[in-house]
Design a protein around this ligand. Structure first.
Ligand code: PHE
Ligand code: NA
Length: 456
């Protein structure tokens, strides 16, 4: 049966919505991006710009996206269309960005699925670097196409299969139920890793390097810009995701409070990850007799090269902690993928009046087929391009356009009145100021600088 706007799917409970929103927010960015970013940008001192960015951009934009989705009861393209027909394009840009991130995310989670299995016997051997590039990806060089790798293909099938099943079952029976399993599981996984991490010999050294504040970085505006960039990414802002998720909220929902809870829960996960990651890196540095900066890293290198090495070095239960680590990447990543694919799916459902089952089938099959190209050695080179596009233009463009359209071209007060009407917790003038002045200026500056460095 086709669903019209009146009987749009709905979350079964407030907790379900929050867990799903947190599931989207908590992802690879928390586990492999945040800790390294803190370490590189002045340690504990970085928390200052970070929290400033959370309060002046993260939470205000979350309230904005959640408020818009809730008020308009539609995914990004429909929500923007309801403001003015021509703004629909912006929604589709967000959907496009979503598609790009999905490709990126699903490949990495597929790798993590494979590595979870490799962890059982530490199949990566004594040289995880050579293993990753040569044995696993089958590439001899950066632009080597290699061959289609069965393992990666299987990993992708797992990722898309799970996503398909969850989304097929809809908001309440699918996403909400899955989030109620994924999020508690993730807390447990990370909790165990934190305890293991901080109790290893050398861990204190690692944590010192992670958090020791260097306040001189605060003079550097690039540090502030990095903080804003991380906050946007980590809260899944500028993708239309929070718009789509909130379009399924019941009429009476405390949007403002939900936004605060989502933001703080996400920060909590980031800190937990930081303690786990740097505890283990500290141990690794000590075990190898090298300084921390030789092992500290983030991203693909941390997850698929440094961590396998660290897992080899653990004093016992290596397989157990190896599986745990990759499982946490898989769980955090999958719940983000689900939100990405849902944002995409709900957009085409809204636009073409498609049923969920049909839309989900088309999108998942298409997504799976598109990502197969990454099962080759070329994958890593394309990922690099994707990462570049994404970090430089994707979310900044959408975020800035959101601020300008809602802040200047349309009445921001419409959203404000709406959220303040449905929420017990109300936003004040700081909200308008954050969106109209702080967030727009920072994003505008970010974009100009990116284009400038691109041209030189
Ligand atoms: N918020 C996710 C993270 O921190 C990234 C993400 C962005 C996921 C947008 C989904 C959509 O890893
Ligand atoms: Na996040």
């Amino acid at each position: 049966m086709e669903k019209n706007v009146e009987n749009r799917d709905q979350w079964g409970s407030r907790l379900g919505f929050i867990l799903a929103a947190v599931g989207s927010a908590v992802g690879l960015g928390n586990i492999w991006r945040f800790p390294y970013m803190v370490y590189e940008n002045g340690g504990g001192a970085f928390l200052l710009p970070y929290f400033f960015a959370v309060l002046t951009a993260g939470i205000p934009m979350l309230v904005l996206e959640m408020g818009l989705g809730h008020k308009m009861r539609g995914s990004a393209p429909l929500a923007f269309r309801k403001i003015k027909e021509k703004y629909e394009t912006l929604g589709w840009w967000a959907v496009l960005v979503t598609a790009v991130v999905t490709v990126y995310y699903s490949v990495i989670v597929a790798w993590a699925v494979n590595y979870m299995v490799f962890a059982v016997k530490q199949s990566w051997g004594a040289d995880p670097n050579a293993f990753f590039f040569k044995d696993y990806l089958g590439a001899t060089g950066f632009w080597d196409f290699g061959s289609i790798k069965t393992n990666v293909l299987l990993g992708l099938a797992v990722v898309w299969g799970i996503t398909y099943v969850i989304l097929y079952n809809g908001i309440k029976e699918g996403i909400e139920k899955a989030s109620k399993i994924f999020m508690p599981l993730l807390i447990v996984l990370l909790g165990v890793m934190v305890v293991r991490g901080v109790t290893l010999p050398g861990a204190i050294e690692g944590l010192n390097h992670f958090l020791e504040p260097d306040f001189s970085v605060l003079k550097d505006y690039n540090v502030w810009v990095s903080a804003y960039g991380q906050v946007f990414f980590t809260l899944s802002l500028g993708f239309g995701i929070m718009i789509a998720y909130s379009s399924y909220l019941p009429k009476k929902s405390d949007v403002v409070n939900n936004a605060f809870i989502t933001a703080f829960a996400n920060c909590g996960f980031s800190f937990l990850s930081g303690f786990a990651v740097f505890g283990i890196l500290g141990y690794m540095a000590q075990a190898q007799g090298v300084p921390i900066n030789e092992v500290a890293s983030g991203g693909i290198g941390l997850a698929f090269i440094v961590f396998p090495k660290a897992i080899n070095l653990l004093p016992g239960m290596n397989s157990f902690f190896g599986i745990l680590f990759f499982m946490s990447l898989v769980v955090a990543g999958l719940s983000s993928i689900i939100s990405l694919v849902e944002a995409f799916t709900s957009s085409i459902m809204d636009k073409f009046k498609m049923t969920r089952k049909k839309a989900v089938t088309v999108v998942s099959l298409g997504g799976f087929l598109c990502t197969i190209v990454f099962a080759t050695g070329l994958g890593i080179s394309i990922l690099d391009l994707v990462d570049h596009f994404l970090n430089n233009y994707g979310l900044a463009v959408v975020g800035l356009a959101e601020c300008i359209i809602l802040g200047y071209l349309w009445k921001l007060t419409t959203v404000k009145e709406h959220v303040n009407q449905v929420s017990d917790f109300k936003v004040g003038n700081w909200w308008d100021i954050s969106i109209k002045y702080i967030t727009s200026i920072v994003l505008g500056y970010m974009l100009i600088m990116k284009v400038k460095t691109e041209l030189t």
